[in-house]
Design a protein around this ligand. Structure first.
Ligand code: PLP
Length: 399
C-alpha cells in the first residue's frame, strides 16, 4: 500500500495517526512536552531504547507527520525512503543543514543567482565562520566539475533550479554526478519546483531544502521550511542535533497549515502550470514586452533541459518591459487584480518589480550583474482563472 498510491493521493491521504504519544494538551499537538505512563517508559524514551516524544523542540507528532509527508513526496516512486524535518523557515532549513554538514575550512560551490537571503547567509554567517563560498555559473556543469576537481576544500555543492530572475535551469543529474565524483554533498533548494514538478533526490542529490512558506503551504499563511535527506544516519546523527540545538524547529500550528496546503499541492501545481504557459505565450507576443523568461517557452534556453528533468514548467515567470524603470513603475501602479507582494507560490497571482521593490536599495550595477534589469517584472502565477490575470496585465500594459 505504502509505495503504490499516486502523488496526488499521497498529498491528500494521511499522514497516519502519530506513534503512541500522550500530549499534555489536546491536538493540534499544542504542547511543549509529553507525559509518560510510568517512570520505566520515561527512562526508555530518554535513553532512546524506545521511540516516543519528550519535548516539542526535539519532536512533536504534528510536526513529524508533516515532515514525513514531504519526505514521501520528495521520494515518491523513487524506490527508496527519504527522511525529513520541518524548521521555522526556509532560511533555518538552509542554515541548519549547512552548519550540520560543514566545518571551518570547508567551501561551498554555488551560483550567483541564488535566493537573496541564501547569498546573505553565506556571506554574513558562514564566511565569518571560515566556511568559504566559490561562485560559478552552474549552467556549465563541466566547468562546475572542473572547479570541484581542482579544489578539494569544496565539500558541498548548493544550487537552485529554476532560479531567479530569468528562471535559469541547471542540469541536476550532471551536477550531482560531478559532486559524486569528488565526494561532496549535493544540496538542492527545490522551493520553486516542488516535488510535484521535480525530484532532485532521484537525480542524485543528497538533500533537498524547501521554503514551505511558498508552494508547499500555498496559501501564504505560515513561514516554515523543510530539510529532506536520503541518508537516515546523516539526518539523525548530523542534522537532527543541529536542528535541536539551534532551536530551528517548526511549530505544530504552522505544520498543520502546511499539511492543509499539501492536500491540494498536485491540483494547485497543475493549475499554476496551465495558467503560466498561457500567460507566457500571450506576453511573448505583446508589443510592450521585450522578453519573457519561462522554461515552458521554446525561446527559453532551459526549455529542453526542463522538459527532461521537470514534469511541467512551473508557475514562476519574469518578463522585461520595454521602457525600463519608468515603464516598470507605471505598470505596477496600474495593477488591480493581482497582488503586489514580495513572496511567491501562493494561490493568488503575485507581482514583484525588483528594481522598485525588493532591490530598491541594491546598487544598480549589482542588480544588473544578477540579471535584475530596470524593466524586469516577476510574476508568481496564481490559480485564478487565467482570463482575469491576463485582463489585469493587459490593462496595466496599455497604461
Ligand atoms: C523564500 C525562499 C527561501 C527562504 O525561505 P523563508 O521561508 O522566507 O525563510 C529560500 N529559498 C528560496 C528559493 C525561496 O524562494
Amino acid at each position: 500500500m505504502k509505495k503504490t498510491i499516486g502523488f496526488g493521493s499521497t498529498c491528500v491521504r494521511g499522514p497516519e495517526a502519530p506513534r503512541p504519544a500522550k500530549p499534555h494538551q489536546l491536538p493540534i499537538y499544542a504542547t511543549s512536552s509529553f507525559v509518560f505512563e510510568s517512570i520505566e517508559e520515561g527512562m526508555e524514551v530518554f535513553s532512546g531504547q524506545r521511540p516516543g516524544y519528550l519535548y516539542s523542540r526535539f519532536g512533536n507528532p504534528t510536526i513529524d507527520a508533516v515532515a514525513e509527508k514531504i519526505a514521501r513526496l520528495e521520494s515518491h516512486r523513487l524506490g527508496f525512503d527519504a527522511h525529513g524535518y520541518l524548521s521555522s523557515s526556509g532560511m533555518s532549513a538552509i542554515s541548519t543543514l549547512l552548519l550540520a554538514l560543514l566545518k571551518p575550512g570547508d567551501r561551498i560551490l554555488t551560483q550567483g543567482n541564488l535566493y537573496g537571503g541564501t547569498t546573505e547567509l553565506f556571506r554574513k554567517v558562514l564566511e565569518p565562520l571560515n566556511i568559504g563560498i566559490t561562485l560559478a555559473s552552474l549552467g556549465d556543469s563541466g566547468a562546475a566539475a572542473r572547479i570541484l576537481a581542482q579544489d578539494p576544500s569544496i565539500r558541498l555543492l548548493y544550487f537552485e533550479t529554476p532560479a531567479n530572475p530569468t528562471m535559469e535551469c541547471l542540469d541536476i543529474a550532471a551536477l550531482c554526478e560531478a559532486g559524486r565524483k569528488t565526494g561532496c554533498f549535493v544540496v538542492a533548494d527545490n522551493t520553486f519546483a516542488t516535488p510535484y514538478l521535480q525530484q532532485p533526490l532521484g537525480l542524485g542529490a543528497d538533500f533537498v531544502v524547501h521554503s514551505t512558506t511558498k508552494y508547499l503551504n500555498g496559501h501564504g499563511n505560515s513561514t516554515a521550511g523543510a530539510i529532506i535527506g536520503k541518508d537516515a544516519g546523516l539526518m539523525k546523527e548530523a542534522v537532527f542535533p543541529k536542528l535541536k540545538l539551534l532551536g530551528a524547529n517548526c511549530n505544530p500550528w504552522d505544520a498543520w497549515l502546511i499539511n492543509n496546503g499539501l492536500k491540494t499541492l498536485e491540483i494547485r501545481m497543475e493549475r499554476h502550470c496551465r495558467n503560466a504557459i498561457r500567460i507566457a505565450e500571450w506576453m511573448e507576443n505583446h508589443p510592450e514586452v521585450e522578453r519573457v523568461n519561462y522554461p515552458g517557452l521554446k525561446s527559453h534556453p532551459g526549455h529542453e533541459l526542463a522538459k527532461r528533468q521537470m514534469r511541467d514548467f512551473g508557475g514562476m515567470l519574469s518578463f522585461e518591459l520595454k521602457g525600463g524603470l519608468e515603464a516598470g513603475k507605471r505598470f505596477m501602479s496600474r495593477i488591480r487584480f493581482c497582488s503586489l507582494a514580495p513572496t511567491m507560490g501562493d494561490v493568488d497571482t503575485l507581482i514583484l518589480h525588483p528594481a522598485s521593490m525588493s532591490h530598491l536599495n541594491v546598487p544598480r550595477e549589482i542588480r544588473l550583474e544578477n540579471g535584475i534589469t530596470d524593466g524586469l517584472v516577476r510574476l508568481s502565477v496564481g490559480i485564478e482563472n487565467a482570463e482575469d490575470i491576463i485582463a489585469d496585465l493587459e490593462q496595466a500594459l496599455e497604461g
